[in-house]
Design a protein around this ligand. Structure first.
Ligand code: NAD
Length: 344
């Protein structure tokens, strides 16, 4: 079967592409290539690639496609807040467009990348600090989480006997990808450890965060593609290895690094910076699909250190590793190109 990955050249997409190919799937990648194509360079000759904007997706893109995974769009709070209009167009409206095209083309299974940040309750209200499952009432306010939530509602309302949307609300991801990101908490800790010799949990590390390894994420997507309709159609699944306080996470990263001979300090910053905090339950995906994320933070950190050296992702100052910095850089370049016509 051919799987279309919308946003397939991104951090998650690169790992998912590899996992799908290993399992014998054909892969078609439709991506705007904001962060270049380093993530899928290795598989270039084994995948079909279509460069384009998901806001202008055409029916032809679904030719020969048996299932769609939508992991495209703006993928964190800072980029969503930087351009809320583009964020809404990509994360919500383009999701609707692609789902409508799927329905017309008879592509039944559609898996959507949502986020546990939909559950964010902040750190100020202890009473709200509970473990949320998929039935919890949510009212996300931030541009990113509300765009995901709106998209979820649209997709679920489109469910029928010929269209099976599945929503994966993922915790914050950690781990190595050929398209690396250092703006995700564990990956940031590793980058800081290697560049500065210390890591800094904000707000004393008091906030909670559900976390999950990128290879477990890829496996969960494949399960959602393969599962019987009765189990997944119109369903929301949280995806989490464990919920951690960021302070505990810092200790775990430090001990993992120590085990490979890297000694670092933890230097908390106690200032309040409007941090996100939430805990979620991963029971539903376990009970319904038998899926239990297995890769620990420690294992992932050790693997990450080895691979960022091996695959030459050590130029930590390159803005391409940080989505918001990269978007700003692209905008600046765009303004100059509008004047000069070209760079050289
Ligand atoms: N990384 C995480 O911790 C995390 C957690 C929860 C949910 N998610 C969601 O999972 C998905 C994948 O995240 P990621 O970390 O791989 O993000 P990413 O930013 O690395 O990848 C997103 C990809 O989508 C592409 N894209 C963006 N806008 C596009 C457009 N208009 N048209 C076509 N392609 C476009 C980008 O070029 C990029 O390749 C996103 O939807 C994100 O919101 C990520």
């Amino acid at each position: 079967m051919k799987v279309l990955l919308i946003g397939g050249a991104g951090y998650v997409g690169s790992v998912l592409t590899e996992e799908l190919l290993e399992r014998g799937y054909s892969v078609k990648i439709f991506d705007r290539f904001y962060y270049g194509d380093k993530g899928i360079e290795k598989f270039r000759d084994r995948v079909e690639i279509i460069a384009g904007d998901m806001r202008e997706m055409k029916p032809e893109i679904l030719e020969e496609v048996g299932a769609v995974v939508n992991i495209g769009g703006l993928s964190n709070d800072p980029t969503a807040e930087y351009n809320p209009k583009a964020n809404y167009e990509m994360n919500t409206l383009a999701t609707k467009l692609s789902a409508e095209l799927c329905k017309k083309a008879g592509v039944k299974r559609y898996v959507f990348a949502s986020s546990c940040s939909i559950y964010d309750v902040g750190v100020k209200d202890e009473e709200k600090d509970i473990i949320f499952d998929e039935t919890a009432k949510v009212s996300p306010k931030a541009a990113y989480s509300s765009s995901k939530y709106e998209a979820e509602k649209i997709l679920l309302s489109m469910k029928d006997k010929d269209f099976s949307p599945v929503i994966l609300r993922k915790g914050t991801i950690y781990g190595f990808s050929y398209r690396m990101r250092y703006d995700l908490v564990v990956n940031t800790f590793v980058k800081d450890a290697l560049t500065k010799g210390y890591i800094t949990p904000f707000y004393g590390g008091e906030m909670w965060r559900p976390l999950v390894d990128i290879r477990d994420v890829a496996k969960a997507y494949i399960l959602c593609i393969e599962a019987e309709d009765e189990k997944v159609s119109g369903e929301i699944f949280n995806l989490v290895y464990r919920n951690f306080r960021i302070s505990e996470l810092a200790l775990r990263v430090r001990s993992a690094l120590k085990s490979i001979g890297i000694d670092i300090d933890i230097r908390p910053d106690y200032r309040y910076r409007g941090v996100r905090s939430y805990r979620v339950s991963g029971e539903k995906i376990k009970n319904r699909l038998g899926f239990i994320p297995a890769i620990s933070v420690e294992e992932s950190v050790i693997d990450m250190v080895e691979k960022i050296k091996k695959y030459n992702c050590m130029n930590f100052e390159d803005p391409v590793y940080y989505n918001i910095r990269w978007m700003r850089t692209l905008e600046k370049a765009d303004q100059i190109i509008k004047i000069t016509g070209k760079i050289f």
